[in-house]
Write a protein that binds this ligand. Structure first.
Ligand SMILES: [Zn+2]
Length: 299
C-alpha cells in the first residue's frame, strides 16, 4: 500500500509518496512564514493533495516536538508558536480528508531506519541523530518506546554534563544536546579561540590540528559516553547514527573506537554501530509507515 510521509521542519516541509523502500514522488517547500497552525496545516494538506492522495492513501506527519501519548495533541512544538495543546492530528485529518497520524520527528526517523534503512529487520535498536539538536528514538521488541506521557526516547536530553543550560525549549541542565549539539560545539569552539563564527565542517577537516583536536576529543568522548549509556539501558542489537556530524570523513570509525572503554565487559562484544542509510528521508519513511499500519489496523 502506498502512503504519504510528511516531515514538517522549521525551515521546510518535505512530503513524499512512499511505496515500500522507495519514495516515488516528493515535494519540498519552505515552511509557511508565520508558522501558525492554520496556514501550516493548509500548506501540508495542499502538498499531500498534490502528491495525488485520496481517501485510500493514508498520511503520516512528523512534527518537530513533543506530542501526547495518544498521538492526538501537540505538547511542545519547538519554534512554532500557538500549537501547544492543539488537536493537531484531528486538524490535519480534517484538512487532508483521509486517515492521518502524527508522530515526533525523531521517533519517525528511528522508525524509518527500521522500515527501509540501516536497522531494517532489526527489532531492538537505538537511533541517535547528531545535528543542531540531538534527537533519536528507541525501538525495543519491535515497538517504538513512547513512555507514559508520550515523551519517551528523548535521547538528546540524557544528562552527560554538569550545569550546562539546554535550549529554551527544554530548560534542563547538563543535557547531551547542551554539550554536543552543533550550537553547543560552535560555542565551545568560539570559547577555545577557534574563530568568532566557527564552522564545524571546517573544524572537522582540521581535527588533527593541535588547536582543534581538543574540541573533537571532548565531543567524541561525550557522544561515546552517551552511546554506552544507551547500550546499557536498552541492550540494542544496533545503534544507528545520523545527522550532520555523522557524515564527516572517518567520524564513525573514530566514534566507534571510543565507545568500548565506557562499556561494561559483557556489553563490549555486543557493540554494533552503523551510519544512517536514509539520512533526512528517514522521517518520511517512518511517518508513512505509521500511517500505513494505522490504515491496515482499521481494515
Ligand atoms: Zn534538554
Amino acid at each position: 500500500m502506498n502512503a504519504i510521509g510528511v516531515d514538517l521542519g522549521g525551515h521546510k516541509v518535505v512530503a513524499g509518496l512512499v511505496d515500500g523502500d522507495v519514495i516515488r514522488d516528493r515535494l519540498e517547500e519552505s515552511t509557511e512564514g508565520s508558522r501558525k497552525p492554520g496556514p501550516v496545516i493548509a500548506q501540508i494538506a495542499r502538498m499531500v493533495r498534490a502528491l495525488g492522495a485520496g481517501p485510500e492513501v493514508p498520511t503520516g506527519v512528523c512534527v518537530p516536538g513533543g506530542i501526547d501519548a495518544a498521538r492526538e495533541n501537540a505538547l511542545m512544538i519547538t519554534n512554532f508558536m500557538g500549537w501547544n495543546g492543539l488537536p493537531v492530528r484531528r486538524m490535519l485529518a480534517e484538512a487532508i480528508g483521509g486517515c492521518t497520524v502524527i508522530e515526533n520527528d525523531a521517533n519517525a526517523y528511528a522508525l524509518g531506519e527500521g522500515l527501509a534503512g540501516a536497522a531494517k529487520g532489526v527489532d531492538d535498536y537505538v537511533v541517535l541523530t547528531l545535528g543542531t539538536g540531538i534527537g533519536g528514538g528507541v525501538v525495543s521488541g519491535g515497538r517504538l518506546l513512547t513512555g507514559a506521557h508520550g515523551m519517551g526516547g528523548e535521547l538528546g536530553h540524557i544528562v552527560l554534563g554538569q550545569e550546562e543550560p539546554c535550549g529554551p525549549g527544554c530548560g534542563g541542565l547538563g543535557h547531551f544536546e547542551a554539550l554536543c549539539g552543533a550550537d553547543a560545539l560552535e560555542r565551545r569552539a568560539g570559547a577555545m579561540g577557534l574563530g568568532s563564527r566557527p564552522d564545524l565542517r571546517d573544524l572537522w577537516t582540521r581535527r588533527e590540528d593541535p588547536a582543534v583536536a581538543p574540541l573533537w576529543d571532548f565531543a567524541l568522548s561525550a557522544i561515546a559516553r552517551g552511546i554506552a549509556s544507551l547500550i546499557h539501558v536498552f541492550d540494542p542489537e544496533l545503534v544507528v547514527i545520523g545527522g550532520g556530524l555523522s557524515r564527516g570523513a572517518d567520524f564513525m570509525e573514530l566514534l566507534e573506537a571510543r565507545v568500548p572503554r565506557y562499556l561494561g565487559g559483557a556489553f563490549r562484544k555486543t557493540l554494533s554501530i552503523r551510519l544512517s542509510l536514509l539520512d533526512t528521508d528517514a522521517p518520511i519513511f517512518g511517518a508513512a509507515g505509521l500511517a500505513r499500519a494505522r490504515m491496515e489496523n482499521f481494515k
